[in-house]
Ligand binder design. Structure first.
Ligand code: IMP
Ligand code: MG
Length: 180
């Protein structure tokens, strides 16, 4: 896909994302308390997580943060269906109240896999916080406890989300439209 034939249409701008993050952090603080282990699923959620933990600070939480790299996508835009742990957490989750953070809930395979894994390792509670929900695409039965935005059924990029490793740096969420 060459850049010249595509233009970016903004779906959620910086202001919308910022105010939604503050609202999410308030909800999370209220229902989970201040001692949370945030588990960010890399790579897609790193920008969202970085903003969310600072919003959590303003909401009175003192979260710890760990990272896990999971992959179900190759270089393209279609999920392969099989989730793999590419890099594991560095600490135990036993007895922890975990907030799993990911960028997009689509088929649900990634989040169901992560949730079941952390439960099997003895986490006391596992809640799911998702930046974007594509509810029409669910294959596995999993719902988010905290959702940023409902996302149209389009391939989106920016704010940590990539297309073939590009566009993660965009401060907004957009989708690529072919130039006519
Ligand atoms: P699921 O396992 O089908 O729920 O897929 C979720 C994962 O697929 C997310 O963590 C994203 O990394 C990736 N993904 C799904 N839709 C998009 C998209 O529109 N843009 C970028 N990545 C996506
Ligand atoms: Mg991802």
């Amino acid at each position: 896909m060459s850049d010249e034939n595509l233009r970016l249409e903004v779906l959620f701008d910086e202001k919308q994302i910022d105010s939604r993050n503050r609202e999410l952090a308030r909800q999370i603080a209220q229902s989970m308390g201040k001692d949370i282990l945030v588990v960010a699923i890399l790579k897609g959620s790193f920008v969202f997580t970085a903003d969310l933990i600072r919003a959590l600070y303003h909401a009175g939480c003192r979260p710890r943060v760990d990272f896990m790299t999971l992959s179900s996508y190759g270089k393209g835009t279609k999920s392969s269906g099989k989730v793999k742990v590419l890099r594991d957490l560095s600490e135990s989750v036993e007895g922890e109240k975990v907030l799993l953070v990911d960028d997009i809930l689509e088929s649900g395979r990634t989040m169901a896999f992560a949730r079941d894994l952390l439960r099997s390792r003895g986490a006391e509670d596992v809640r799911i916080c998702i930046l974007l929900d594509k509810p029409g695409k669910r294959i596995v039965d999993v719902d988010a406890d905290f959702t940023g935005f409902e996302c149209p059924d389009k391939f989106v990029v920016g704010y940590g989300l990539d297309y073939a490793h590009y566009y993660r740096e965009l401060p907004f969420i957009g989708h690529l439209v072919p130039e006519d």
